[in-house]
Write a protein that binds this ligand. Sequence first.
Ligand SMILES: [Zn+2]
Length: 522
Amino acid sequence: MSQFFYVTTPIFYVNAEPHIGHTYTSVVTDTIARYHRLAGEQTFYLTGTDEHGDKIAEAATANKMTPLEFADRISGIFRSTWDEVGFSYDRFIRTTERKHQRTVQDILQKVYDAGDIEFREYEGSYCVGCERFLTDRDLVNGLCRDHERAPELRREANYFFRLTKYRAWLVQHIQDNPDFIRPERYKNEVLGMLREDSGLDDLCISRPKERLHWGIPLPFDENYVCYVWFDALINYLTGIGYPDAPHFDDYWRTAEHMIGKDILKPHGVFWPMMLKAAGLEPYQHLNVHGFWNLADRKISKSLGNMISPLAMKQKYGFDAFRYFLLREMSFGLDAAFSEEALIARVNADLANNLGNLVNRTLNMVARYTDGKVPQPDTTGEPEDRVSDTAARVANAVDAQIRNLEVHRALASIFDLVNETNRYLETRAPWTVAKDPAREAELRTILYTACEALRVIALLLEPFLPATAPAILEDLGYPEALLHAQLPQDAMRWGQLPVGLKTKKGTPLFPRIEAAPDDSAEG
Ligand SMILES: [Zn+2]
């Protein structure tokens, strides 16, 4: 019986083009999805775009387009960008799909029939950026905390989802499942939002059609459309074929949502309550990451600090950018982005440590053993140290990925890279090669280095999906990835077949000399 794994990015709002925030969430999600596939799990990775709401209608008008034309354009940019950088998503969902519309209406009707949606009049401060009424806690000096703009006073009769009814249930669920929201700081934040004195209120889930046409009609009142969060969150059900697609339940049971901390409240508070009201189980985990900071400002879709994934790909290669994002941010905490820091990391870790290990190993195999993976002879303590490290690292990476410690997992893999480089320094095959009497020893050393490369490439595939196959290709063993099963295949030493024809590697990561737009300093 195969094991299922379901992982999602948020659906991205089509009011801006892809930037570093969207890219980071997607890079982590892609890495985790790839790992679970290599672990033999039946994996489904969902991404897509969120396309309804006033902001889209406004932006479309400003661009002299219909909302759907506008959404088509931006959604298309997201999709082609993700394709160009090689994300391995299984489905790209759009909230304007008819199928999604039906799912939303089905859930709305269920929740309405259960008595959890009420019609009421409401007046309050509304932020167009957030697309919701704000509470006092959302305001800083009278401005929306996230958007730095003044809210409008609005009075409307609307439909409300009775969140407050589920407050006690959700607090209990979080206490019973301590890693439901992780890392822990965000669990505590959500528990804070759920406190009696937090001002948590029932959630407005509609807009009168006279003010907003661009939304999914409520199934029980044709004069209203659905408010965006209710519409958006349900994509996670539509994406895997709610309610009756084969394996819907199998996937849903394992759901892992990856989000940035700016959308913690809808995912940590509204969503589990909506699921409960609709008679569904909550997701497995909500995994929350921090912000990338640039020049001390939050990089968000509203503030316009754009770092385009395609520009980064063109400048440095997408694996290098990916590596930096995954290595530099501790999942859950904020991190700082600068091209100087990226260049320093890529040069130190990828050009020097990894690139060097690959190049010198393959060059020596070409030179000393006729370009073929040699038959090893007797191994000793130095070889054991490399194979022991490989097994320990493979085991650690498995646990770290499942714990969302992706930066630690990468550091673990580089323990093996460093250990293998140290091994070559100690065993000095270039000296051994000078003595024909030590030919057997030379074969052992080069086999050990090649086998370490196989393990390194297997473990790196989820993180560097372009680089890892290139290493295996040069080793003459591209099929290693075909039926690989992690972590076992990385732990079992000696799987690299003897006699494979290797290639002299082209440098994987040439040293980057300086940021191309740096001013010369001397
Ligand atoms: Zn706002």
